[in-house]
Design a protein around this ligand. Structure first.
Ligand code: ADP
Ligand code: MG
Length: 259
């Protein structure tokens, strides 16, 4: 069974109602820089999309527009059939539906690991304290750091902190998880423990957008690879196809430098 045919068949079978994240003709500028150019991207429920491309190509900006950390100049973004709200309570709710994990773990330094995973549940989801505690402990267990619950982030290794950040995002029951180079700041020996948690999440059916330079992860976990350069989606393909037979010169050039 090749990955290509499986993904193709799955795509053919996916009705539009299964589209979870839809970007239509999205454009964004930073001053004179046209950082996102006519981006069309549809992510189906349960799909794992890996975004790769040279530094400065707009990958982080793409992620940040999906949870409205950045506004867009034109085009449209919808999550689960609803247009991305501009502000207010609707925006807070939407943000809770979109989990984000950054390169820098961004944990609250003055809160314990357990409190970090409880906070959003209490504040945004209005979960009661006992419910939030139980869920936080269960998620910390799921990412393999249950024994660290009462420590502060600085007492944990980078790999452990990033797994806590994943647990914290999952605590909001997001519909989609965005990962922006989640292992780039980690020492090499800690990369796999984070990728394994992400692999498991993918197997559990989470919809994921992952910006990464980890091509092994892309090959094994992605349903689709999106290759960006200069603010454009240059190429999209199933991982087998992309890595063995990239079509564009930009992708060929990029792969020749990193593989
Ligand atoms: P990538 O994640 O692919 O490396 P980014 O999305 O971070 O790319 O950045 C794309 C381009 O936009 C880069 O040239 C970067 O310098 C620029 N950029 C990113 N954020 C801002 C910002 N807030 N203001 C101005 N320019 C920015
Ligand atoms: Mg980036």
């Amino acid at each position: 069974m090749s990955g290509v045919s499986v993904t193709k068949a799955a795509e053919d079978a996916v009705p539009a109602a299964n589209d979870l994240v839809v970007l239509s003709n999205v454009n964004k500028h930073f001053g004179a820089l046209h950082v996102l150019q006519d981006i069309d991207l549809t992510i189906a429920r349960g799909e794992v999309v890996v975004v790769i491309g040279p530094s400065g190509s707009g990958k982080s900006t793409l992620c940040r527009t999906i949870n409205r950390l950045e506004t867009i100049d034109s085009g449209a973004i919808s999550i689960d059939g609803k247009p991305l709200p501009q502000e207010g309570k609707e925006l807070a709710r939407l943000r809770a539906d979109v989990g984000m994990v950054f390169q820098s773990f961004n944990l609250f330094a003055h809160k314990t690991v357990l409190e970090n995973v409880m906070l959003g549940q209490l504040k945004v989801r209005k979960t009661d304290k006992q419910g939030a505690t139980e869920k936080a402990r269960s998620l910390l267990d799921r990412v393999g750091v249950a024994s660290q619950a009462d420590k502060y982030p600085s007492q944990l290794s980078g790999g452990q902190q990033q797994r806590v950040a994943i647990a914290r995002a999952l605590a909001m029951d997001p519909k989609v998880m965005l990962f922006d180079e989640p292992t780039s700041a980690l020492d090499p020996e800690m990369i796999n423990e984070v990728l394994e948690v992400m692999q498991q999440l993918a197997r559990d059916g989470m919809t994921m957008v992952v910006v990464t330079h980890e091509m092994g992860f892309a090959r094994s976990a992605a349903n689709r690879v999106v290759f960006m350069a200069d603010g454009k989606i240059v190429e999209e393909a199933a991982p087998d196809q992309f890595f063995s037979n990239p079509r564009s010169d930009r992708a060929k050039d990029f792969l020749s430098k990193i593989l």
